[in-house]
Design a binder for this molecule. Structure first.
Ligand code: ADP
Ligand code: MG
Length: 226
């Protein structure tokens, strides 16, 4: 039986059987159908219908990713298993002066991300506005140590206030990755230390090129192998 047939059957029963409504004890809102209607023909209903939100669990993993590290990738891999879709979203933050441009960071992330349900994007402004536009109801943040927690708690509660329908989920990386940060990786690399095993090889290569073009004296001076 196709979708229309079921919808017609529903109609024919008319008042004899009140169709089960999404949301149980409240009136149906304009553009909202019965559970069966929305499951069978979701395209007929407004796209922010509760059932659509139930059908696809879309999560956003926001951050600077300057550059992507194995810590980020560990979190992304765990999130990819939990959610239907994960959007890794680079915040275009005019307040920070990043090493890599947004385009370079997108490019590196796309190369590093191999899960079919993970995509890479960038956004400006409020995260919650972006999440609403993307119809995402989960915000993922990684927590490394207690030191991350205080700031993350403030952000999560503020985001909840602005967008109560979304939940922030904190994820722990594998313990091998729990001390890695983009900042530390850049610092160590700029001083000639090895970052292999902390970022993918091609990221290391891009960092080498960046530091050569930006500050050849730093890398060349400290690392005799360069
Ligand atoms: N090694 C790691 N393990 C787990 N989470 C991490 C790691 N490195 C970064 N994160 C988390 O990934 C998210 C993005 O981090 P980052 O790129 O530094 O962006 P932000 O500028 O938002 O801190 C943050 O939630 C951060 O705590
Ligand atoms: Mg950070």
């Amino acid at each position: 039986m196709d979708g229309d047939a079921i919808l017609d059957a529903d109609k024919e029963m008319g008042e004899a059987r009140e169709p089960r409504r999404v949301g149980f004890d409240r009136e149906r809102r304009p553009g909202e159908g019965t559970t069966a209607e929305m499951l069978l023909a979701p395209e007929r209903f407004s796209c922010d219908s509760p059932i659509e939100r139930l059908m696809i669990r879309r999560a956003i993993y926001p951050g600077s990713f300057d550059p992507v590290t194995y810590g980020h990738l560990d979190v992304i891999g765990r999130a990819a298993k939990l959610f239907d879709e994960v959007i890794v979203a680079i915040l275009k933050n005019p307040g920070k002066s990043p090493l890599f441009t947004v385009e370079e960071r997108i490019d590196m992330l796309r190369r590093a991300v191999t899960w079919p349900n993970v995509s890479v994007d960038a956004f400006e402004g409020l995260l919650v506005e972006y999440a609403k536009r993307k119809q995402a109801t989960v915000i993922i943040r990684g927590i490394r140590a207690v030191s991350d927690y205080e700031y993350e708690l403030q952000m999560a509660l503020m985001n909840r206030r602005l967008y109560p329908e979304a939940e922030t989920i904190f994820m722990l990386p594998g313990e091998d990755y729990s001390y890695i940060s983009s900042k530390l990786v850049k610092e160590v690399f700029s001083l000639g230390g090895s970052v292999s095993g902390l970022v993918p090889r091609f990221v290391e290569q891009r960092m080498r090129e960046k530091f050569k073009s930006h500050a050849p004296h730093v890398v060349g001076g400290l690392n005799p192998n360069e």
